[in-house]
Design a protein around this ligand. Structure first.
Ligand SMILES: C[S@@+](CC[C@H](N)C(=O)[O-])C[C@H]1O[C@@H](n2cnc3c(N)ncnc32)[C@H](O)[C@@H]1O
Length: 262
């Protein structure tokens, strides 16, 4: 397993380099991205009132942040990759800072909502993931919300095994969530939904639930550049209906854990 220092360097090279555009991942790279974006925004909007103060930790180029700012929320985005933060600042509708989820430059209890839609699967050690979750909990007011995304083990296996057979180390991925060697994505850890509930609970959150964001059709949509309207609607309907079912969570592209600060 790569050390966290190596993974952190890989994160800066991957997201800050010319070969990857995180800004287009949710909008045009595949039919899965649009489904992920719509479902994630819905799950947030169902719970938070307009005018909420939102910390978007690991917010990348600001696709979620811009949409939340347009919906009337006060957003502060934070990301370790300077190139992405500069792109986010160009929206001009929210604040964007360089920083790390493990040590937030944000006051205690100063926001209503913390989004952690990215850091957890880039942190290999449980102690680092708990630190990021504890930081998110610290900055949220009592009764406020934490939304934390993770990548299920089967989704990572599907991404790595397409056409080329099983990747080396796949057994450790399935059993322990360890990132297999290979692929450009700087993986840290891949979750089960039960493990994710445990991590949010151990970080002090209450009422933790986990939703499979894209539901049963997400992995198939990952293979399509575009989907027609009927297919998109069917996938969204399925995700809304059964994304929270045990089993469906584990075959979604992403897990979204939702918890509240006591
Ligand atoms: C796949 S992107 C997700 C971006 C966006 N939040 C979304 O949901 O589409 C993962 C993001 O997490 C950021 N990240 C990785 N490690 C982090 C850390 N330790 N603290 C904060 N952000 C981190 C990366 O720079 C990247 O922008």
């Amino acid at each position: 397993m790569a050390s966290q220092d190596v993974i952190d360097q890989q994160i800066r090279a991957y997201y800050g380099g010319p070969d990857w555009d995180e800004g287009s991942r949710l909008t045009s790279r595949s039919a899965q991205g649009g489904l992920e974006f719509v479902r994630t925004q819905e799950l947030i909007a169902e719970r938070i009132p307009v005018g909420s103060r939102v910390a978007d930790i690991g917010g990348a180029t600001g696709v979620h942040a811009a949409s939340l700012a347009d919906a009337g929320h006060q957003v502060t985005l934070l990301d370790p990759v300077i190139e992405q933060v500069e792109q986010a600042r160009a929206y001009g509708t929210f604040e964007a800072l360089v920083g790390d989820a493990r040590g937030l430059p944000i006051e205690d209890s100063s926001v209503d909502v913390a989004l952690l839609l990215g850091p957890l699967y880039h942190l290999a050690e449980r102690a680092d993931r708990l630190r990021a979750l504890e930081e998110a909990t610290r900055v949220v007011r009592s009764g406020g919300w934490v939304f934390a995304a993770a990548i299920p083990r089967l989704a990572r296996l599907a991404a790595l095994s397409g056409g080329a057979g099983m990747p080396r180390g796949w057994e450790d991925l399935i059993e322990h969530g360890t990132s297999p060697a290979g692929g450009r994505f700087p993986g840290g850890h891949f979750h089960t939904s039960a493990e994710l509930v445990g991590e949010l609970s151990d970080a002090g959150m209450l009422e933790v639930e986990v939703v499979g964001v894209e539901g049963p059709a997400g992995l198939a949509l990952e293979q399509l550049a575009e989907a027609d309207e009927d297919l998109r609607r069917a996938a969204l309907t399925l995700a809304r209906a059964v994304g929270g079912q045990p089993g469906v969570q584990e075959i979604s592209n992403h897990l979204l854990a939702i918890g509240r600060r006591p």
